[in-house]
Design a protein around this ligand. Structure first.
Ligand SMILES: [Zn+2]
Length: 444
């Protein structure tokens, strides 16, 4: 267990009290910040990482149950329920699902306030992506390891550290004897990585709040907006012949080469004029092919190529507009090619369909959270949009102003030797606690 920097002490006179909505806040703030149980928090992250909760794996249920039990043991009012996956996936606005999953569990805990303040939802997803090539890992992905300030393991950064941090923020408030005016809701959701089933189910259940923080990895910056991402599949047709007579056939692979180049040009066009929140990224809205399959025999000219990829959705653009942009662009390409005019590329939209989402960066929730970050961490956070889809768009779509704020760098997410900074995880818990006091208000 490394020594933790203790940078959470509030600076005298530079408090959250400067903000008009925090006039009667942060009595007891120092106790709360000092009271975050760092060793307990690290232990909780390790316990969460040790469960291989990849989408569709039974451990996706186990990790939900672990949190439900832990939150119940903390004295919170916990609801845990089986999500009717078969029913939800028939809905027209279902956000998609890319893995086989017949079961999913919803978990929501409430820490009631005195009832006269705003409700704050803290939401973390508990599913993780598969580890990929295990040889690229220096350790077993699901046996968490600590190296200096790094906690290493699949899901540590995305986003089990953040989920544990929001939980330990509530613990610190409770242990310091603070009584908030508004309620805090803690939600653990599954299926985020492949569409957002868990958050969709939560909203369908009628769960609402006045604001939401998702502690996804943001390096403790604030991300009030996300570009979207739409998963698609292309079918490019060819004509099979024996390879010895290849000029009499049409190779689906060769046909795809100019299609790929065309998609790169479309990507460039779609990134010419981006929202100021997205300008920090070299490429705000990527259009990427992630998988190509073609052919079944080395000496046969292949008659079918299947390519799967993701299309970035711009802030302010609807998924329908983005889908039409890709389809129209490919239709123009096909019309100009003799073979493709006769055998147009088929476009199928399947799997995760993430809309973009945006909370106004001037929204009081964003400003108040920025003040808490500065108060606790001593640094004004960056405020910008994320180039990936997340549950934020579902919550914003339900009218809940939502900000991502959490420990870890999203570049480490989904990578081998995924890691999160322990110091930043503790700072995140302290900051969420300070924000909750300012936002929900402290009862007299
Ligand atoms: Zn995530």
């Amino acid at each position: 267990m490394p020594r933790l920097r203790h940078q959470g002490d509030p600076h005298p006179g530079q408090g959250l009290t400067q903000h008009p909505r925090t006039e009667n806040a942060p009595r007891g703030l120092t106790d709360v910040i000092d009271g975050v149980d760092s060793p307990g928090l690290v232990d909780a992250v390790e316990r969460l990482v040790a469960l291989p909760s990849m989408g569709g794996d039974p451990a996706e249920i186990a990790v939900q149950d672990l949190l439900a039990d832990a939150w119940r043991a903390d004295g919170l009012d916990v609801q845990a329920w089986d999500i009717d996956v078969a029913d939800l996936r028939t809905r027209s606005d279902f956000p998609g699902m890319e893995v086989e999953r017949t079961q999913a569990r919803g978990v929501l805990a409430r820490w009631p306030g005195t009832g006269d303040g705003p409700t704050l939802l803290l939401l973390g997803h508990t599913d993780v992506v598969p580890p990929g090539d295990r040889a690229a890992w220096s350790t077993d992905p699901f046996t968490p390891r600590i190296d200096g300030d790094r906690l290493i393991g699949r899901g540590s950064c995305d986003m089990k550290a953040g989920t544990a941090a929001m939980w330990f923020a509530v613990r610190a408030l409770r242990d310091a004897g603070v009584r908030l005016r508004g309620d805090i809701l803690l939600a653990a959701v599954s299926g985020e990585e492949d569409g957002g089933l868990g958050t969709y189910a939560l909203i369908e259940r009628g769960v609402r709040a006045d604001a939401c923080i998702i502690p996804e990895p943001t390096n403790l910056d604030l991300i009030p907006a996300n570009g979207g991402a739409l998963t698609f599949r292309l079918r490019v047709r060819g004509l099979a012949t024996h390879a010895s007579r290849r000029t009499e056939g049409v190779s689906a692979i060769a046909t795809f080469v100019p299609v790929l180049q065309h998609l790169e040009r479309l990507e460039a066009q779609r990134n010419q004029d981006v929202d100021p929140l997205m300008q920090r990224w070299p490429l705000a809205y990527p259009l990427s092919i992630g998988m190509v399959r073609s052919g079944d025999w080395a000496s046969t000219v292949p008659d079918l190529l299947i390519a799967e990829g993701r299309l970035g959705v711009a802030l302010g653009e609807t998924p329908d507009q983005a889908r039409a942009d890709l389809e129209d662009s490919l239709a123009r390409l096909c019309a100009a090619d003799p073979w493709l005019a006769e055998h147009p590329i088929e476009v199928e939209w399947w799997g995760g369909q993430f809309a973009s989402g945006r909370t106004d960066p001037q929204h009081p929730v964003v400003e108040l959270l920025a003040a808490a970050v500065e108060q606790v961490g001593g640094r004004a956070p960056g405020v910008y949009g994320g180039p990936y889809g997340s549950d934020l768009r579902l919550l914003v779509g339900a009218g809940i102003p939502t900000v991502q704020f959490g420990p870890g760098d999203s570049a480490a997410a989904h990578a081998p030797d995924e890691w999160v900074s322990i110091t930043d995880t503790v700072t995140c818990a302290r900051t969420i606690a300070a924000f909750a006091m300012a936002y929900c208000g402290v009862a007299d």
